[in-house]
Design a protein around this ligand. Structure first.
Ligand code: NAD
Length: 696
């Protein structure tokens, strides 16, 4: 393996280059390499100044968070000690910054005596996004360089700023162009020539006469916006210490706060999901170095709700799309919706209005499927009906060029059956987008029995290109997300049957942190879609019409938000769900018809039943190999189903609650009279609980 740090000399200036792909995360080996190089440069009599730099992509994107909580994080030199050594060097040290300079990377750059940067370098302290605060002096050095206000904004928001924006503060001594290292060496030579004394950030004062007043104002603002997270306020307090305490006291307090946050469940969950999203990109069984195919032009079949959003996802990434429909009317409607979405974004200031026409121009609308001859990948988003879809796939197989990937956006249907009706099953794959497809980050990539590794690799790369988080799933009814959602929905309905009202179930789950309870979600998506499917299945089976409570709501014309009533009622033009006595009457009549007497249901029971139902089905999905790892399931639930990020996903939540407790609860539910078999705890769950292990 090549060394992560190299040392070269340019006259009297030593250049230390960090090069640990992809982003110079400051793991133990890189830290040791930097410390060693600094020591050698300091000891070399020919060397009079030092430049520390990274790669074009990153000076350093920060600490290696996979080391957190392991002995490696503390291995000598730990990050704080390294920064201290750099700062205490008796020769001027200049950081030469390009690309990402984040977290521990920025803290290291602030340990240097001066900093030069390319204008587009991104500097920030994103620790708050992991439920933490900067733990290696960031909260003490940053206000000394950019002032209290900018430092608070950076620490509390976690958002990076460009070097160009920060020019004029002491954080950026010079914006340079051209060759970064050359410019940094020239800067160091100037310092030597001018005989500049070494400037250590720790010795600079934080000058702000209005400092206390600003901190008070900031405290009030942060307290109202931070929600259940302790990190933003702790970060703010730490920055405040830079104003009122000595540097060393400030460092100590920062450290204490960092360690306290590190062990909070929120920080553990946020760290988990950060690592999980990266881990999801590694696909077991995919030969290393599998080269993706080039995808330049995309086809989308169906300009409905999903087809339109999928088209926008590609267009937003600058990729041309051929959009196919069956009628001019449907095509016009689809295009008009896309245009309206862009216009709304422009009105909200999220899109430059001048971008609208160029984006629309990337779409080639057509009624002629021969237009798909030129595309490299086509995504089918027509009605969720096997017959309609197989007809589309047969035709795609005829018109698409050899090597083109044929994908389906189906929510539930069997990808292998679709593949089987083409002459190229290895080129067929599921690309399951979530609604609204141009907004939701999740993409479930469904790997069929015959899907070629190369096709899978291509779709993973494509997902990255359009800014999606991709998770690979195997073929089954509903894949990872919707298969689990079915159990969750059944648990919610079971609670209503037992005695809860929709608003109580939604309220308890929303208090837990779900973006939206299942009944509100049903009203939003439309209750009629499932009803139509149930009626069709009943007719096919020759049984009577379905008579569940949802079917009764639909019989009464209550399809959800779009008809002004569903589980809830809605006032004209408003989306706020209002509890409805009529729903309550229907529910009571439904219970009575089954001879059931309503009982008290606690909020705790609501959460346990609904979330453990997810966990149990997740365990089955893992056991069957539909998901490769528990953390993939967490990524699906957080990015596609509104599961609260600060709880880390259903599987991590189960780990934190303790699997023995989950198993106990499930056994209790399974033992109740009339309970269906799905409450039996999954064998994998039982095994892990018995062995004292966890999912993650
Ligand atoms: P939709 O009814 O809004 O759109 C379907 C479109 O396909 C219609 O405009 C129709 O005219 C067009 N169409 C039908 N047959 C066609 C053909 N042969 N050639 C070209 N166009 C054809 O449906 P939708 O909600 O966009 O769902 C589409 C697919 O996406 C379904 O498989 C669905 O299960 C899946 N999906 C939906 C959601 C969701 O939340 N709605 C989420 C994920 C996946």
């Amino acid at each position: 393996m090549s060394q992560p740090v190299s040392l070269s000399t340019h006259g009297p200036v030593a250049v230390i280059t960090m090069d640990k792909p992809p982003v110079n995360s400051l793991g133990a080996a890189l830290r040791a390499g930097i410390a060693d190089a600094v020591e050698r440069a300091a000891a070399d009599e020919q060397v009079r100044a030092i430049v520390l730099t990274g790669t074009a992509r990153a000076f350093s994107a920060g600490a290696d968070i996979t080391e957190f909580g392991t002995p490696l994080a503390g291995r000598d030199p730990h990050l704080r000690a390294l920064i201290e050594r750099v700062e205490q060097t008796q020769k001027p040290v200049v950081a030469a910054v390009s690309g990402q300079c984040l977290g521990g990377g920025l803290e290291l750059a602030m340990g240097c005596h001066w900093r030069v940067a390319l204008a587009d370098a991104q500097l920030g302290l994103p620790e708050v996004k992991l439920g933490l605060l900067p733990g290696a002096g960031g909260t003490q050095r940053l206000p000394r360089l950019v002032g209290l206000e900018v430092a608070v904004n950076m620490v509390v928001s976690g958002n990076p700023m460009s070097a160009a924006t920060l020019a004029g503060t002491r954080l950026i001594d010079r914006i340079v162009t051209g060759d970064l290292v050359e410019a940094a060496v020239a800067f160091a030579l100037e310092l030597l020539e001018e005989g500049q004394p070494i400037r250590r950030v720790r010795d600079l004062p934080v000058q702000d006469p209005q400092g206390e007043a600003f901190l008070q104002f900031a405290r009030n603002t942060v307290a109202t916006t931070a929600g259940p997270f302790p990190a933003p306020l702790k970060g703010l307090e730490a920055v405040g210490h830079a104003l009122t305490r000595s540097f060393d006291d400030g460092l100590r307090l920062e450290r204490e706060a960092f360690q306290a946050l590190m062990v909070t469940p929120e920080a553990r969950a946020l760290r988990h999901i950060f690592i999980a999203e990266r881990a999801a990109a590694a696909i077991p069984g995919l030969p290393e170095g599998t080269a993706p195919r080039a995808i330049e032009r995309v086809g989308v079949v169906g300009a409905g709700m999903m087809g339109g959003g999928i088209t926008m996802s590609f267009v937003n990434a600058g990729m041309p799309v051929v959009l196919l429909e069956t009628t001019q009317e449907a095509l016009d409607r689809g295009l008009a919706t896309i245009r309206r979405n862009y216009e709304n974004s422009a009105r909200k200031g999220k899109l430059d209005p001048r971008q609208i026409e160029p984006r629309m121009a990337l779409i080639t609308p057509t009624l002629d499927d021969n237009t798909l001859r030129e595309v490299d990948l086509v995504i089918e988003a027509v009605f969720e009906d096997m017959e309609v879809k197989t007809a589309v796939f047969r035709r795609l197989d005829e018109v698409c060029k050899p090597g083109a990937i044929l994908a389906s956006n189906t929510s539930y249907l069997n990808i292998d059956r679709l593949a089987g009706c083409t002459g190229r099953p290895s080129d067929v794959i599921g690309l399951h987008f979530f609604s609204p497809a141009n907004v939701m980050r999740l993409l479930e990539i469904v790997r069929g029995a015959a899907t070629a590794p190369e096709v899978l690799a291509t779709c993973m790369a494509l997902a990255r290109r359009i800014g999606k988080v991709a998770v690979v799933a195997g073929v089954c009814d509903g894949f990872i997300g919707n298969r689990m959602l079915a159990r969750y929905g059944a648990a919610a309905l079971g609670l209503v049957q037992a005695g809860a009202l929709p608003q109580q179930v939604d309220g308890a789950l929303q208090a837990f942190g779900m973006a939206m309870g299942p009944f509100r979600m049903g009203d939003l998506a439309g209750l009629d879609i499932g009803w139509a499917a149930r009626k069709r299945r009943a007719a096919e089976a020759g049984s009577g019409p379905p008579g569940g409570i949802v079917d009764q709501l639909c019989e009464a014309g209550r399809f959800g938000q779009k008809t002004g009533a569903g589980w809830y009622r809605y006032e004209a033009g408003r989306r706020e769900p209002l509890p409805d006595p009529l729903t309550e009457q229907l529910i009571q009549a439904w219970r009575s018809a089954q001879g059931l007497v309503a009982r008290e249901v606690s909020d705790e029971e609501v959460v346990e039943r609904c979330i453990f139902a997810l966990v149990n089905e997740g365990a089955r999905i893992l056991e069957e190999g539909i998901a490769a790892r528990a953390s993939d399931i967490d990524v699906v639930y957080i990015n596609g189903y509104g599961f609260p990020r600060h709880r880390g996903g259903p599987m991590l939540y189960a780990d934190m609650v303790g699997l023995p407790k989950v198993v106990r609860c499930l056994r209790h539910f399974a033992a109740e009279p009339g309970a269906d078999g799905s409450w039996q705890p999954a064998p994998l769950l039982v095994r892990l609980a018995e062995e004292g292990r966890s999912f993650n």
